[in-house]
Design a protein around this ligand. Structure first.
Ligand code: HAM
Length: 426
């Protein structure tokens, strides 16, 4: 146990972490282009927030939350998603009092007690965006276009937008009734989970992965047959705008998202070829949630991208991001009296903005040059005892093995010039 990580979690090691850093860089860049500001909220929240926000009858709340009681007897939960937390922070910090809309983004780990497999983990990472304060279909289309833009920045191809409207509080009950009526006679043939969903949340049956349930809902009425005039109008406007923006989409009237807060626009972005967990992102409109969590009646929409799945899809498509960090210079001290001067030089070069690696093991020159080669540095500063007596060092060009004697206080200027480094603060 001591040497195994918990099931469904990952160590992101050097060599891999560079991909994450570059992915985050792209995400932050695109977020800034679209006018989003970063928000960071706690990793755990009061359990009630997710029960009420995500929905009591969802798989996430019923089966997947990491809930614990703290030493003060409070029930807390590691966040399974970010939307409820961001809404809580939006309300608690009265961000609604600022001029709207508010556009926020979030990058961080989420926790779901799910069955781990490729692309599905118990700790995974999302890039999440939320827009508060507008119910304009322009925002819906822009949010979907932004998600697709991110994939484009990353070079990903062949992704599909699945789009649906899940209706609102006035049309959903009509659909719910029609669905129950359709399934009534064959209720007993549903899987046990769907049987329990029949009364509590029959819409979720549409999303069941069990083949018998899928067969039973094949002919079931879909939401598009019951949308009220407002939902219909808004859905048509979103589609029209997506077409104008050149974002292809595929209408899927059976798309039911796994969270209960959605109204009207709901979407998922699907990547082929990354296995069963093909949804690389998803989101939708959640106009009632801010009010439900104690804020004013403000509309909102957002989406989240699964970062592990994006990296998986990139790997599948042979797209590489992230190169291992390399050093600018290696310092090779030889002998005892070179130790302090080498520490001083390393520090001085780092303060000047150079990435410096050095020997800490008092190895032979040969071993140190081998290490320098491994770090792919262009230069090694060899600090021999004899040269240091004259305040000199040897600078070795690792590419052509040529060497040059420099005064100790010339090293910084020479390297900065050769490596094209700017002075700090310029
Ligand atoms: P979600 O569909 O539950 O939506 O998750 C969004 C994305 O997170 C998924 O499309 C998937 O890429 C990734 N994901 C989910 N579960 C896992 C897992 N166990 N392992 C790896 N990746 C996973 C939400 O979470 C909503 N909060 C999105 C949203 C924001 N809606 C409005 N605003």
């Amino acid at each position: 146990m001591l040497t195994t990580r918990p099931r469904g979690t990952n160590d992101i090691l050097p060599g891999e972490v560079e991909k994450w850093q570059q992915l985050e860089e792209v995400l932050r860049k695109v977020a800034a282009l679209y006018g989003y500001k970063e928000i960071r909220t706690p990793v755990f929240e009061h359990t009630e927030l997710f029960q009420r926000g995500v929905g009591e009858t969802t798989d996430i709340v019923e089966k997947e939350m990491y809930t614990f009681t703290d030493r003060g007897e409070r029930s807390l939960t590691l966040r399974p998603e970010a939307t409820a937390s961001v809404v809580r922070a939006f309300v608690e910090n009265k961000l609604f009092a600022l001029p709207q809309p508010t556009k926020l983004y979030y990058i961080g780990p989420m926790f779901r007690y799910d069955r781990p497999q490729a692309g599905r983990y118990r700790q995974f990472h999302q890039f999440d965006v939320e827009v508060f304060g507008s119910n304009s279909p322009t925002v819906d289309a822009e949010v979907i276009a932004m998600a697709m833009d991110i994939y484009e920045w990353l070079g990903l191809k062949g992704l599909k937008v699945e789009l649906n409207s899940v209706g609102c509080a006035s049309c959903r009950p009509v659909h719910r009734q029609a669905l129950q009526k359709h399934l009534e006679a064959k209720k007993d043939e549903l899987c046990p989970t769907c049987q329990s969903r029949f009364e509590r949340n029959p819409l979720r049956i549409l999303d069941c992965k069990n083949p018998p349930c899928q067969e039973l809902v094949k002919e079931a009425p879909t939401i598009d047959q019951h949308l009220c005039p407002e939902c219909k109008e808004s859905f048509e406007a979103v589609q029209e705008q997506l077409k104008a923006l050149g974002v292809p989409f595929h209408l899927n009237p059976r798309l039911v998202r796994g969270l209960d807060y959605y109204v009207q626009t709901a979407f998922e972005i699907v990547a082929e070829g990354i296995g069963a967990q093909s949804s690389v992102g998803g989101g939708g409109r959640y106009d009632g949630l801010v009010e439900q969590i104690g804020g004013p009646a403000l509309p909102a929409i957002g989406f989240a991208l699964g970062m592990e799945r994006i990296l998986l899809a990139m790997e599948q498509q042979g797209l590489t991001i992230g190169k291992e960090a390399s050093f600018d210079v290696y310092i090779a001290p030889l002998g005892e009296s070179a130790q302090i001067p080498s520490a001083v030089l390393a520090q001085r070069l780092r303060k000047a903005g150079l990435a410096v690696e050095r020997d800490y093991l008092k190895r032979s020159l040969k071993a140190q040059l081998k290490a320098a080669d491994r770090f792919l540095v262009k230069y090694t500063v060899i600090m021999g005892e004899e040269e240091l007596k004259n305040n000199q060092v040897v600078l070795r060009d690792m590419h052509d093995s040529s060497q040059l004697v420099l005064k100790l206080d010339e090293v910084e200027g020479y390297l900065k010039q050769e490596l094209g480094k700017e002075d700090k603060g310029k």
